[in-house]
Design a protein around this ligand. Structure first.
Ligand code: NAD
Length: 459
C-alpha cells in the first residue's frame, strides 16, 4: 500500500518506519524541515533505541520523508500523528490536527479512495471534525472519496519498536466497510508476523515466535477515540494509587516494593505500573488526563477518580520535595544533584516531566541545582529556560560537593556509575532514590544516608 504518516515525532517516525519495514511504500510528512532532513540522511529525528538503524536501512527504499503535502494524492492510507498538546484550560489543542486535515483536503485525489486515520490522541468526535475540514477544503464527500478511522497508538517511548511490531492489541474504530477492509489488509503482515523471522535483524531485538499474537479489535470511531484516553487515565490512576500506598507503607513500616510484588501476582491486578516513583509525568498522561477531565466537566459527567489521581500525583511530587527538606532541614544554600530529567529512561522526551516540577520547588525553597540526563538534557533545558539549573555533561559531575543526590529517572547508566566515587564527591552523603532501584544494603555499606520511597528496612 501507499502510506503517508503526517508527523515525524515519537509516533509518526516510528509508525512510518514500521510500515516501511513491513513492505509498504511509506512517506513520513512533516512541516519541520530539520526532522525531514535528518530522516533523509538516514537518521532518526528523535532518540528511540533502534530507530536510527531502521531509518538508515529503509530510507530511499520503502521509506521516504518529505515536507510536500502533494504526496497525499498518491496515498491509499493517511495516518495523522501530529501533536495534540494541552491548552491552558486543559482541553486538547487541535490546531495541528486542523492544519493536517486542511493539507489532506487540498491534495486528496478524487480518483482514489483514501482512508484517513487519526493515530494522534484526540478527543471523542475529532474524526467528525477532520472529515468536515477535508470535505470543505477538497469539495469531496466523506464515505465516497475518503473515509475516517481511528487507530489510537499505545507505544511506550523507549520501547516503541517492540510495541509497534509486537503490540498487545490494535484498536480500529471505523463504521465504513471499505476502510475496515483496507485497514485489515494494511495490518495483515503485522497481525500474522509475515517475514518477522527474517526481519528480526532489523528490529534489533529478539524475535520470539511464541509471543502471543495481537488482538485486532474493531469498534466504532468514538469508542476507539475514548479507549485511548480511558487507558491512559487508568494507568495514571494505577500509578497514583501505588504511590499513595508507598506513602502509607513508609509511615507504617511496610515495604512498598514487596507490597506491589504481592499485589501484582493477582492476575486481576497485574504487576505493571505498580512501581513507585516521584509521580507520573511526560508528554501524554498530564495532557490526556487534563483533556478527559475538561471534557467530563463540560458535559457534567465528572470523573472524580481521575481528578483524585491528578491531585494525588501533585502530592507525590511535593512529598519528594518535603522528604528532601526534612533531611537537609533548610534548603537555603544547599546544593542538590539531580539524576534524570526525562519522565522515564531510554527517551529524550523531556516534555512536562516530574523533574521540572520538583526542580522548581527545590529552587523556590532556596536550593542550587546541578542536573544530568543521558539524552533529555537539551530538550529539558529548552523547555525550562526559566529554571536556574547547572547542566553537567556527565553523571558523576552532578555529585561534586552536593548535599543530596536525587535519582528521578532510572537510566541504566545511573545504576552503573561508580557510587563509591559519588560518596567521595559529595559534601554530605544523602541519596534519595525515587525509583527504589539502587541496592539499599550496598548503598549503606558505602556509607550513604540512603532513602527510597515507601521502604523502611534495608535488605
Ligand atoms: P511530537 O510532538 O513528537 O510530533 C509531532 C510532529 O508533528 C512534529 O514533528 C511536528 O513538526 C509535526 N507536525 C505538526 N503539525 C504538522 C502538520 N500540520 N503537518 C505535518 N506535520 C506536522 O508528538 P508525538 O509525541 O509523536 O505525539 C503525536 C500524537 O500521538 C499525540 O496526540 C500524542 O498524544 C499521541 N501519542 C504519543 C505517544 C508518545 O509516546 N509520544 C504515544 C501514543 C500516542
Amino acid at each position: 500500500m501507499n502510506i503517508v504518516c503526517i508527523g515525524s515525532g515519537y509516533v509518526g517516525s516510528v509508525t512510518g518506519a514500521a510500515f516501511a519495514v513491513l513492505g509498504h511504500h511509506t512517506t513520513v510528512l512533516d512541516i519541520d524541515q530539520t526532522k525531514v532532513d535528518l530522516m533523509n540522511a538516514g537518521r532518526s529525528p528523535i532518540y528511540e533505541p533502534g530507530l536510527d538503524h531502521l531509518i538508515e536501512n529503509y530510507i530511499g527504499k520503502t521509506l521516504f520523508a518529505t515536507t510536500d503535502y502533494s504526496t497525499i494524492s498518491q496515498a491509499d492510507v493517511v495516518f495523522i500523528g501530529v501533536g495534540t498538546p494541552s491548552k491552558a484550560d486543559g482541553t486538547a489543542d487541535l490546531r495541528y490536527i486542523r492544519l493536517a486535515a486542511q493539507g489532506i483536503g487540498q491534495h486528496l485525489n478524487p480518483d482514489k479512495f483514501t482512508v484517513i486515520i487519526n493515530k494522534s490522541t484526540v478527543p471523542v468526535g475529532t474524526a467528525d471534525l477532520v472529515a468536515s475540514i477535508i470535505e470543505e477544503s477538497s469539495g469531496l464527500a466523506a464515505d465516497t472519496h475518503f473515509a475516517m478511522a481511528s487507530n489510537p497508538e499505545f507505544l511506550r517511548e523507549g520501547y516503541a519498536l517492540e510495541d509497534v511490531f509486537f503490540p498487545d492489541r490494535i484498536v480500529i474504530g471505523t463504521e465504513n466497510p471499505r476502510s475496515k477492509q483496507v485497514l485489515k489488509e494494511l495490518y495483515f503482515n503485522l497481525l500474522n508476523r509475515v517475514q518477522y523471522e527474517e526481519k528480526s535483524r532489523d528490529f534489533q531485538f529478539a524475535f520470539n515466535p511464541k509471543a502471543p499474537l495481537p488482538t485486532y479489535y474493531e469498534t466504532d470511531i468514538k469508542s476507539a477515540e475514548m479507549i485511548k484516553y480511558a487507558s491512559n487515565a487508568f494507568l495514571a490512576v494505577k500509578i497514583s494509587y501505588i504511590n499513595e500506598i508507598a506513602r502509607l507503607c513508609e509511615t507504617l513500616g511496610a515495604n512498598v516494593t514487596d507490597v506491589a510484588a504481592g499485589m501484582g501476582m493477582d492476575s486481576r491486578i497485574g504487576s505493571k505500573f505498580l512501581q513507585v516513583s516521584s509521580g507520573w509525568s511526560g508528554s501524554c498522561f498530564p495532557k490526556d488526563t487534563a483533556e478527559l477531565l475538561a471534557t467530563s466537566q463540560k458535559y457534567s459527567c465528572e470523573l472524580t477518580v481521575v481528578q483524585a489521581a491528578v491531585e494525588s500525583n501533585q502530592q507525590m511530587h511535593d512529598y519528594v520535595v518535603d522528604k528532601i527538606k526534612r533531611k537537609l532541614k533548610t534548603l537555603n544554600g544547599k546544593h542538590i544533584g539531580i539524576l534524570g530529567l526525562t519522565f522515564k529512561p531510554n527517551t529524550d522526551d523531556a516534555r512536562k516531566t516530574q523533574a521540572s516540577v520538583i526542580i522548581k520547588e527545590l529552587i523556590d525553597a532556596g536550593a542550587r541545582i546541578k542536573a544530568h540526563d543521558p539524552h533529555g538534557m537539551e530538550m529539558f533545558q529548552q523547555l525550562n529556560a526559566a529554571l536556574d539549573v547547572q547542566y553537567m555533561p556527565n553523571a558523576l559531575d552532578v555529585t561534586n560537593n552536593v548535599d543530596a543526590v536525587v535519582l528521578l529517572t532510572h537510566w541504566d547508566e545511573y545504576l552503573l556509575i561508580d557510587w563509591s566515587q559519588v560518596k567521595t564527591n559529595m559534601r554530605s552523603p544523602y541519596v534519595l532514590d525515587t525509583r527504589n532501584v539502587l541496592k539499599p544494603a550496598y548503598m549503606q555499606e558505602l556509607g550513604f544516608d540512603y532513602e527510597g520511597l515507601g521502604i523502611n528496612s534495608f535488605r
